[in-house]
Design a protein around this ligand. Structure first.
Ligand code: FAD
Length: 511
């Protein structure tokens, strides 16, 4: 798959020609970002193969996507209409703590923090004194999700993300990127041509014999990782000792009810199942561990729990939970599945693509690629990823389930030291601290730890400074404000049909 064109290493040269290999969500997000912001300076070509196709899943997002779209200058209504998008206010976890137990991890914040102590301390004290209701009652997004409500609020007053059709999103970004000058080339990469055995990538040779030369290559070839993994030999760190799932089965069904504004994540004895409602259909799938079950059992469980007409044949997808040792090597940056995949719980993969795009923009070479940029990029990506990994492992580890070998093993596994510390700190003191550049907020950690059954042993002394009357007034006023706002919101489906019904608006293409 690789060959050498000449024996000398190329001197440092300015990056003018960018070649994006692969046109899935990663390829087109990279193309959109690079072309919008550096398109005037660069020649950007994207190679993709219709014959290979894309992974075709990846339909739940997190609120950071709004920032990415703002950076692109996308019109939200056009984007939502074009991708059949619905609103996501969080994830409902069903049966994760134990069979029959459900909680929602919602976006946004809960209650009001004091600088010494987060809201959870006041809630804990209120709970002890019989003055507080469910923790989620103090979170606008969570309450709106429970009642299937949504509308935009002034001053970004509600945090949300989207469920979207991955294929339509790719097509939407393709149109956008081509409007900014990206050239799409259809073809299968047959060979990665190197400058020298240990040198840079010089070109891609396609099956039809054409050669695409570049200065910088972005590997978005999915799990094949044709450039970063295969040609440059970057190894893969396997995290399956912490993340048990390595397989998925996906299929689409017809909608039989109004779309809810949250993703459903339903635990099974050997993995979990997702339900992602779009405007025109529902995305379904099971994610499971081949160590604990087989395809047929997983498929049967999936089919048992879906209720619309099945629209697509089911597809089995295999993956190895983990990451490439580095995402950027020499003149190649791996993005999306080409750089690794943890698993779909908490929908962080598209977010990581967007972080890669933003980071690459921030570290874009001026007069040639510098090792210090590569080192910084890799360190930042790794740092961010390890916190996300911990957050996902948390869901598996903190469980009361003992009904199957997988859950028993997950309870007993040795988790990363960084995660162990977080859990102990929360259990003993109720404290959570978000580290710099970490994706998940304190609120996310608290909601999931409470949801999975950890109740802190104590609260901060600041909460003791309030009398019962003051505390009841404080908690009550927050809850009343949330109740009032939710009561005024329209239903999610009704709002969608007014705001961005699918097919009603043209996609936004630059002039
Ligand atoms: P792909 O979609 O696989 O695209 C690879 C591209 O490379 C294709 O265009 C292909 O044609 C091309 N290609 C490959 N080899 C060659 C070659 N030799 N020559 C030419 N072209 C080639 N993420 C989320 O954020 N939210 C979710 O809810 C979510 N759910 C997921 C569920 C599952 C089961 C899985 C497996 C993943 C999920 N993800 C999710 C991850 C998400 O799907 C991916 O991050 C996203 O789709 C990006 O994929 P990609 O573009 O890297 O790869």
């Amino acid at each position: 798959m690789t060959s050498t064109l000449d024996s000398t290493q190329s001197p440092r040269r300015p990056v003018r020609r960018v070649v994006i290999a692969g046109g899935g969500t990663a390829g087109w997000m990279m193309a959109a970002c690079l072309s919008k912001h550096l398109g005037k300076r660069l020649e950007i070509r994207l190679v993709e193969s219709d014959e290979i196709g894309t992974v075709g899943v990846g339909e739940a997002t997190i609120p950071t996507m709004l920032t990415f779209h703002q950076l692109l200058g996308l019109d939200e209504r056009a984007f939502m209409a074009a991708t059949q998008a619905t609103i996501k206010l969080g994830i409902q976890f069903e049966g994760w703590r134990d069979i029959g137990q459900t909680y929602i991890h919602a976006f946004g914040s809960t209650g009001i923090d004091h600088w010494t102590a987060g809201f959870q301390h006041f809630w804990l004290k209120g709970r002890e004194r019989g003055l507080a209701s469910d923790y989620g009652d103090y979170c606008l997004e969570l309450r709106a999700a429970r009642e299937n409500k949504f509308c935009h609020l002034p001053d970004d007053g509600i945090h949300y993300a989207y469920h979207l059709d991955a294929t339509l999103y790719g097509a939407f970004l393709r149109k956008f990127s081509e409007g900014y000058g990206v050239q799409r080339i259809e073809g299968r990469i047959a060979e990665v041509m190197m400058q020298a055995p240990e040198g840079d990538i010089r070109a891609l040779r396609l099956q039809d014999g054409s050669v695409i030369e570049g200065d910088l290559f972005v590997d978005c070839t999915g799990m094949r990782s044709v450039l970063l993994g295969q040609a440059l030999g970057v190894g893969y760190q396997d995290w399956s000792h912490w993340l048990p799932c390595d397989s998925a089965i996906a299929l689409q069904t017809a909608s039989v009810r109004e779309a809810v504004p949250y993703t459903r994540s339903i635990a099974h004895p050997w993995g979990w199942q997702w339900q992602i409602p779009l405007q025109h259909r529902v995305g379904n799938g099971v994610v499971f561990s081949s160590r604990y079950t087989d395809d047929e059992t997983a498929r049967a469980a999936l089919l048992e729990r879906i209720d619309g007409e099945v629209l697509t044949p089911h597809r089995v997808i295999r993956f190895k939970p983990g990451q490439r040792e580095v995402a950027w090597k020499r003149n190649c940056v791996g993005v999306g599945l080409a750089s690794g995949f943890l698993e779909p719980l908490e929908s962080t993969s598209i977010h990581l693509i967007q972080r890669s795009a933003i980071r690459l923009m921030q570290m874009f070479p001026k007069d040639g690629i510098r090792d210090s940029d590569i080192a910084e990029y890799n360190a930042q990506m790794r740092h961010e990823l390890e916190h996300i990994r911990d957050f996902i492992v948390l869901h598996y580890h903190l469980t009361d389930r003992t009904d199957s070998p997988m859950w028993r093993d997950m309870r007993e596994m040795t988790v990363p030291a960084s995660l162990r510390h977080r859990i102990e700190l929360f259990r003993e003191t109720g404290r959570v601290f978000r580290v710099p550049n970490e994706l998940f907020t304190e609120n996310s950690w608290i909601q999931v730890m409470l949801g999975q059954g950890v109740l802190p042993e104590q609260h901060h002394p600041s909460a003791d400074l309030m009398s019962d009357r003051e505390l009841a007034g404080f908690l009550g006023s927050i809850k009343t404000r949330v109740d009032q706002r939710v009561a005024q919101m329209p239903g999610h489906q009704a709002y969608l049909m007014r705001y961005a019904p699918a097919g009603a608006l043209k996609t936004a293409v630059p002039a």
